[in-house]
Design a protein around this ligand. Sequence first.
Ligand SMILES: [Fe+2]
Length: 268
Amino acid sequence: MSYLKRFGYEYYDLKNILKTRHLEEELEEIKQEFATLPADSYAQELNRYRRYGRAVIIPGTGHVQWLPSVRTEEGEMYKYFQGSFNPEYTDSARDFPAISEKMRENRLLDDIILFDYRQTFWREEDLLLPIHAGVHFVKLEVDNEQEIAVSSPNHLHQDGEPFTFAHLVHRQNAEGGGNAIGTPHVAGEVPENVNEKQLLKQMTLTSPLESYGVFDPMVSHYVAPVTKGKEEMKGERSMILIDFQPTVCPDPEEISKQLRQGNLMFAD
Ligand SMILES: [Fe+2]
């Protein structure tokens, strides 16, 4: 049985595991994409930058299929719906700028998504329908000593999606940004206030493609704020976060309610 299935979390050094031929070039391309991330419009003052994309994997195909993005006045976007688990954005849909077309063709990103997908485990019926992958590029960046870059939410929490994987792309001149994995009971707390027995793991990812995954029902997770280090350059911590969820069939009452409210749209 995998460590992830047994304990609800696992560490991976993907540079050693993937070892693909063009890894360094493709990683460099991914790093470039992080230089273009716009400020997270839901958290501008928090020194957080992001793009997002949605893909599906049809079980048995080993193929990542990106879903179409939406063109809006602000550019190409993907809608993101988190459900009830992030207390800062309960049940609301957020629009995020799309991960670029070029990135969606990057083979290393494809390999990372498929690697993560292969660590996941499901009910038999979930594997009859596509598994959905939400891909977040998130950068915490600070220009000076006064600034602090903060993740959301800023305490131990569960995401609501069954699985989330986190991959370091780049870290420079950053203080903090350490990760903690805890039991579900300590969700809502910061690690400093938690009894050590409830903390399963604490680590700081420093090398590109150092990664971890969580099986959300079994654990809570946390990343500490980032501040600038001592060198004369900005502090940065760039991560790819990938969550996985099954295709969910809506309950008939919910469909009736949406029908009454005139919210149903024709498929195209
Ligand atoms: Fe999270």
